[in-house]
Design a binder for this molecule. Structure first.
Ligand code: 26V
Length: 835
């Protein structure tokens, strides 16, 4: 093992921690801001738009977190709490300043401090760049989890990657998506604290040898490796007004001195420097594809780098607390794997325990299986990770040996349970045989874990009945559901201040830590003055978003229109095309003079396409072309608008969800594991139009069927229809649909760009269309009409809106985290008064 550094608190630290509480007054805050601005950053003139003002404010806030952070760590060490480590290649944190202020309860005083020198805190907030270290739902879920764990005082550490470039920025040129890099660290990231003393060495390449130890046993060594350093950078994760500050530890890759030495000695300076960059490449960029698995070597390096660095860090901490005895490791640690991305941790923990701590295979396997828990986030076969055996052999030879050994023993277990069932062994083996043998990472994760969970009821059922059926038969006790949530501190309190005030005035503010309290709003659902205030808030939020959209796109937004919103990654299964078909249908109705019953609406669609996903990119182009025809047609003025929201990200959602009235959750049933945007919209009083997919099922159950616009085929119906699916006949039998398709085929939306819509259009005309968009067209149009009718009755709509918020209590990640803790982690909450 590398030398261990002592993390425990020394005498000097104790003095710092015992120093008097930093002042939370506006005076003290202002003094610190000016101190950092002038003395640390060396600037003179304070301007709102300066990144330095933002940095000075962060430093002042960070100071106030620092003591709590130290106290949290000290309490964890002193009481030797069992900890959960959340391993994730993605943490989509968004902006941090507003949340930190809210958690500390110093927002008003900071605003006042800045006011005194003529500055506006809101402008400072807007200056912060998003920490975009994630693609979408899976990454944002990890961020919401951290917020809730800190608020529940749970000892949970997030382990992730400090990518130099986060999620790309999307710009639109002539309706096409163009990707631009996201150099989010360029102006510095004032939240992070580098902890060089906890750097870890990660091995790549080389070969395995064996030798006989003093006791005559066989031991293995992984030698001649190219090592890379993993340097941790810690980001504070404050709990809400509870004095707890947890950590997100992000690893950054750097070359080791030894790595370069050989080449330096050989006199090839340039090669040595180049190698240094090769090492740093590992954390250079977030992979922006969440649609399809692609077996890039660099991606495998990232996964192993995260798994190895984090496990070594956990073992370092464990030995600091317990010496070299790792027999209690599983008692003191649980690792939650965020999808299969870090699943190689199963084999890496085995390697560390066997090769570095010299314990037996059986003991190591018992510890590993008691430590690991795995969360699945997708049912799409094309997203399931499999690494070629040949790639592992080259890059991680010792890890491959271990995977083969796990597989051999696992096959033995299957044979005992089902003697002679060769087909079953083939199906379940961790290695997929064939021309290019592959390691199935999901199977490795299941075999090496004590818990496997899906992220919504339906999704978890489909895992057990379908994707992981064989495994659920073998180990039924491992499988469980943990329905996702979102943190109400960001997704209601921070992003929707006027609604938060209205709610708190009515029922008090305990909902910020107990979201079920919102149920008391039901008493106000028929209160006319409350309803009027509710509507006013929505209008104000629509105006705020309208202004923002106009700034971004130049398009003036009419805030009298119904805001109908679909924002999420662009993917065929999410069916943005179905939404576009409906937009064209409305356009067609208004044009042919049949639009009198239609309430005016603004359809807003936003999201990024994976750079290599041609069809998703084509969908963006289609949306823009249809939008430009609709938005320039005088007959549509004040009646219909279609807007593409560019560069959709966490901060955009903070403006969008408070303004939404209708939430589009229209994926093909059985394809969306959960969805979490759906919960943010509901919490902010939007009404869902959706299929029975993912968490929509539970949303509808919570809010009641009268307050949800349901449509579309069920999972069973989709499966049943599949063989005889014939979109052409569906279109021919439906005049409205035929007119929509005719408009698309006639080139109405692409006069000067022949063929540009073909790919997207063709995809829905195909009998093999996996997403069966055409089958759901008529049901969707009908559900939209029901929404249209409901919206016309203002009082009814407002009531539905209030009830959506009132019944969103279960979709707090506070509930989700309590369930993970009760059923998987079993952690004691941190008590700050050190025993
Ligand atoms: C997949 C892949 C495939 C291999 C290459 C890199 C990469 C990166 C990310 C992903 C993520 C796909 C899974 C995902 O994001 N699932 C979403 O998870 C949400 C949180 O549980 C859930 O709400 C969404 O329904 C689900 O699509």
């Amino acid at each position: 093992m590398p030398a261990r550094t002592d993390e425990s608190v020394g005498i000097g630290d104790i003095e710092l921690l015992q120093a008097p509480e930093l002042w939370m007054t506006s005076d003290a805050i202002l003094r610190d801001i000016t101190h950092y601005f002038g003395r640390m950053l060396g600037r003179r003139t304070i301007r709102t738009q300066s990144p330095y003002l933002y940095q000075a404010v962060v430093f002042a806030v960070r100071d106030r977190l620092m003591e709590r952070w130290g106290k949290t760590r000290m309490a964890m060490e002193r009481n030797d709490y069992r900890r959960a480590s959340y391993l994730s290649l993605e943490f989509l944190m968004g902006r941090l300043l507003r949340n930190a202020q809210i958690s500390l309860g110093i927002e008003e005083n900071t605003a006042e401090a800045l006011n005194r020198i003529g500055l506006d805190l809101e402008d400072v907030y807007q200056r912060e760049l998003d920490t975009g270290l994630g693609n979408g739902g899976l990454g944002r879920l990890a961020a919401c989890f951290l917020d809730s764990c800190a608020t529940l005082s749970l000892p949970v550490v997030g382990y992730g990657m400090r990518y130099k470039y986060g999620m790309f920025h999307q710009r639109i040129e002539n309706g096409f998506q163009v990707e631009h890099p996201d150099p989010w660290l360029r102006e510095g990231f004032p939240w992070e604290v580098e902890r060089y003393e906890f750097a870890q060495t990660i091995k790549f390449g080389g070969r395995t040898t064996s030798y006989t130890d003093a006791k005559g046993g066989t031991r293995f060594e992984w030698i001649d490796t190219d090592d890379v350093l993993a340097i941790p950078f810690d980001v504070p994760v404050p709990g809400y007004r509870n004095e707890i500050v947890n950590s997100l530890r992000l690893w950054s890759a750097s070359s080791t001195d030894e790595f370069n030495l050989q080449e330096f000695n050989a006199g090839s300076y340039a090669d040595a420097v180049a190698t240094k960059y090769e090492a740093e490449n590992i954390t250079m960029v977030l992979y922006p594809d969440d649609a399809t698995y692609d077996g890039q070597v660099l991606r495998l390096k990232q996964q192993y780098f995260l798994a190895s660095a984090s496990l070594q860090d956990m073992l370092r901490y464990h030995t600091q607390q317990h010496g070299d005895d790792v027999s209690k490791f599983a008692e003191k640690n649980v690792v939650q794997l965020n999808d299969t991305h870090p699943a190689i941790a199963v084999a890496e923990l085995m390697r560390l325990l066997i090769d570095e701590f010299y314990i037996s295979w059986d003991e190591a396997w018992a510890i590993t299986r008691k430590t690991m828990a795995y969360t699945n986030h997708t049912l799409l076969p094309e997203a399931l990770e499999m690494w070629p055996v040949s790639m592992l052999r080259q890059l991680l030879p010792r890890i491959l040996d271990i995977i083969y050994e796990i597989d051999a023993r696992f096959i033995e277990e299957i044979s005992q349970r089902w003697p002679g069932d060769k087909a079953r062994i083939q199906r379940m083996s961790l290695i997929q045989k064939g021309h290019t043998p592959m390691v199935r990472m999901a199977y490795l994760a299941i075999a090496g874990s004590f818990s496997v969970n899906g992220v919504a009821k339906l999704h978890s059922e489909l895992l057990v009945d379908g994707l992981f059926r064989d495994f659920a038969e073998l180990w039924p006790e491992k499988f469980n559901n943990k329905t996702n949530g979102v943190t109400q501190r960001r997704w209601l309190a921070a992003c929707n201040p006027p609604l938060s005030r209205l709610i708190s005035n009515a029922i008090g503010d305990s909902w910020t830590t107990d979201l079920e309290q919102l149920r008391r709003l039901e008493d106000f659902a028929d209160d006319e003055s409350f309803a009027a205030a509710w509507r006013e808030v929505k209008i104000a939020n629509k105006q705020r978003l309208g202004k923002n959209i106009q700034e971004k796109t130049g398009l003036p937004i009419d805030t009298d229109l119904l805001f109908d919103v679909q924002v999420k990654r662009i993917h065929e299964y999410k069916r943005q095309l179905l939404n576009v078909l409906h937009a064209i249908h409305l356009y067609d109705r208004i044009r042919r003079g049949d639009g009198d019953e239609l309430v005016p609406r603004t359809i807003i669609i936003g999201g990024k396409a994976a750079p290599g996903y041609a069809m998703a990119k084509n969908v963006i182009k289609v949306i823009h072309n249809v939008a430009s025809v609709i938005n320039t047609d005088p007959a549509m003025q004040g009646r219909l608008q279609l807007v593409f929201y560019p560069d959709y990200n966490v901060s955009a959602m903070e403006l969008i969800c408070p303004a939404a009235e209708l939430s589009e959750q229209i994926s093909t049933a059985g394809k969306e594991a959960s969805g979490t945007g759906n919960m943010k919209f509901m919490m902010n009083g939007a009404i869902t139009i959706g299929t029975l997919d993912g968490a929509n099922v539970e949303i509808r159950q919570a809010v009641g069927e009268d307050n949800f616009f349901l449509f579309g085929l069920t999972v069973e119906e989709i499966n049943e229809l599949r063989e005889r699916y014939n979109p052409q006949s569906i279109i021919e039998a439906d005049e409205d649909f035929a007119r929509v398709v005719q408009l698309l085929q006639s080139g109405h939306f692409n006069r000067a760009e022949p063929g540009i819509m073909d790919a997207a259009l063709q995809s829905i005309l195909e009998p093999a269309d996996p997403w069966m968009t055409a089958a759901d067209f008529r049901p969707f149009v009908d559900a939209q009409l029901a929404a249209n009718t409901a919206y016309k009755d203002r009082a009814r709509w407002t009531r539905m809106s209030i009830l959506n918020t009132a019944r969103s209590g279960i979709f707090s990640t506070d509930r989700t985290m309590r369930e993970y803790n009760a059923e998987i982690w079993q952690l004691e909450p941190i008590e700050l008064d050190v025993k």
